[in-house]
Design a protein around this ligand. Sequence first.
Ligand code: B3K
Ligand code: ZN
Length: 874
Amino acid sequence: TAPIRLRDYRRPDWSVEAIELEIDLGIDSTEVTSRITLHGDPAKAEPLRLDGEELELLTISLDGRALNAEDYRYEKGVLEVSDAHGGSVLETRVRVQPAANTTLEGLYLSGSREHGFLLTQCEAEGFRHITFFPDRPDVLARFTVTLRADRERFPVLLAGGNPAGSGTLADGRHWAKFVDPHPKPCYLFALVAGRLENIQRDYLTADGREVKLVIWSEANVIDRCHYALDALERCMRWDEHKYGRNYDLDVFHVVATHDFNMGAMENKGLNIFNAKYLLADPDSSTDEEYRAVEAVVAHEYFHNWTGNRVTCRDWFQLSLKEGLTVFREQQFSADMNSLPLKRIEDVALLRRTQFPEDAGPLAHPVRPAEYREINNFYTATVYEKGSELVRMIAGRLGQEGFRRGMDLYFERHDGQAATIEHFLSALGDANRIDLTPYLAWYAQAGTPRLHAKGEYDSARREYTLTLSQQTRPTPGQPEKTPLPIPVKLSLFDRSGTMLPLHLQGDAQVDGTERVIVLDKPSQRFVFKHVSAPPVPSLLRGFSAPVVLECDYSPEELALLLTHDADGFNRWEAGQQLAMLAFDTSHDGNDSAACKAWCDALAALFTLQTIDDALLADLLTPPGEIEFADRQSEVDPAKIHAQRQSLQHRLAERIGVSDLLARYRLLSTDSHAQLEAASQAKRRLKRRVLELLVLLDADQAHELAAKQYDSASGMTDRLAALSVLVRTNATQASAALAHFRERYADNPLALDKWFTVQAQVPGDAALAIVQRLENDPAFTLKNPNRARSLFGAFASTNPSGFHRTDGAGYALIAERLAQLDALNPQIAARLATAFNGWQRLEPVRRSAARLALEGLAQREGLSPNLSEIVSNVLQ
Ligand code: B3K
Ligand code: ZN
């Protein structure tokens, strides 16, 4: 198939003013009657063409007249109707088969035939699997939906919009009607029908609307929805305060399902969630998972304005809603929890997922220029890098300026399908600033490298910082242009004090922190009145999504790690120092960097003045994927071993007795409270245990086994289990058996049981994965379960997946083909685990190539999986 290109965008010839849906629901067969009122000028328009995939067309009529076979054509996913004109009403009746739908796109069944419920997923192009429609985001229509079903089997009937009546029908059936007053694109349509329970709460918006907030789930988990309901209320208030945005319907429904392709979906008035991001309780959720629930609830809610009220003109603009909404969620989570910890988490995620994506064959701009399968573009680049771009721009405008810009954006584009240009113009116009230079960031793939070099002139008491940038070629983009890179910086003197900044050309002193913008290939910045050679702290708060290359000495980084007042920067200095230590330690000989890293951390460890959670993060070196990202030839086993030895050095430097003492101290607080201080203790306790096991495995295993047995919550329990399993403790099998038994009826907890084992490092992992896929609880049909085993193995366990004999690749390639037949979206996502194979050392590289080529040659691969496999291979 030919790719779809941004530059070919044309406004739709036909739009739809209103759509009335009448849906007769059944597990095996559902009939959908749609009446759409068309808008368009047939004189200049193409014939009416509607999207429709695998629909069994039962009847079709135009303006009340049944159509004959010669009046329309339905083939290859398109229904073409002659003779339509502006104002025409097209009525179609189609049949679809929910229970047979394993793709989890369109209308499908969650759970079993007997007890499960029906639901929809339309973004990006699922609506065409339900009825005929111009399935593109720039066609906004008013939706009226009537659902009809057997009352016994489907007591709850939900669709987006406001409720507009319900009643009884003959034969034990009933109906419910919904009207959505806000025109919306069809990807935001949703329905849910089945046996569901709910919890609810009344909410009064700042502008005086009474709203019912209702969370729905199957009966057995409804008491695990309270945390999400609280989080929902928190984020609604926050959006009112921070952005002046109020909710705009009388009800807000949220539904949990165990069968979902992604995290959640922002359907207008009817959000649908992967249960993983909605359910939370201390016995089965970790602290991290609580934060994820809060974040995803907020993300989906924030879409109501950034995504729904203002939507995207076309899917190339996806980051307009996703990057912006991720950014809004990050601000919210930082406000609810901790700004530095949130920033650390997000930057680590960016480096682990987006940087490798941007450095390999799947690299694409935040606004791609072309795609084949849009579902393959819900990527870390569109989401996470997209959020970083918004952050840079928000930083440029300042808090008030950004709010002014957002207000103008909503004012101008409410009810519209907008573009990234619209967004930048609104933000710029509200502040009389030209933001068009930032468009280059949206168009150019690849992570820029920012090179920094400082020179001190003692005679002139001047410090000159030379910044230069370079972006390596990416597929289809051999030439790169320089981008505007805001560099937030401070200068420290050698005692760790921040210096006042006198930038040449500036009228006066500008505090101790400021932003300079590099927008040329290279630029010099001169700071005056600097009395001694300073240590620059660059890119503070990660002010731009770039890789910083600066030839710091170990002492300089240690100084920042010790003295920087900002938690994020402190962490960042530690990460850079660990990188340096990693690069310079060979054959058991510690480098100066390794020594500096260990000394500085050991000192901070003893000092006990740092927040426990931050200390836990400081004590964690960059992950294996990040180390790999910096190497031109990757040996994952070697990286694993080298990273382990780095941590071993750190553990030795701190010493068994201090580690033990701290572990005991942290263990006194054994209640699974959600307070930040309790969470922080658990995070540090886990880290200390992980360091301890490197020094004294027997003792650490005993402690871990005890922690496992006495844990009052999942965070401690899973931390202990993971230490036991990953370090092959004799106690591991008993704990695993206990966990398996205890959580047999809790799929989300059981997923963790699979994951912990799939993450055992090294060659042992493969046999474990092969054993687990034969566990009766394993199934490829459930995305969470498939990810918990194969995703965890292939995407998060480099030393396990990348075996020299290629058996990891062969297994995943085989399962990809099977998975593809069931659920192409999930298969395509899992296949991205092969990204970066070209940089593997030769033995693994040829094994990976073999597996990929074998996969590419298989018959009948979905467009989703073929696109990823062929892009990865190129
Ligand atoms: N917008 C959805 C993602 C839809 C993915 C379609 N393959 C969730 C979100 O980003 O909020
Ligand atoms: Zn989103």
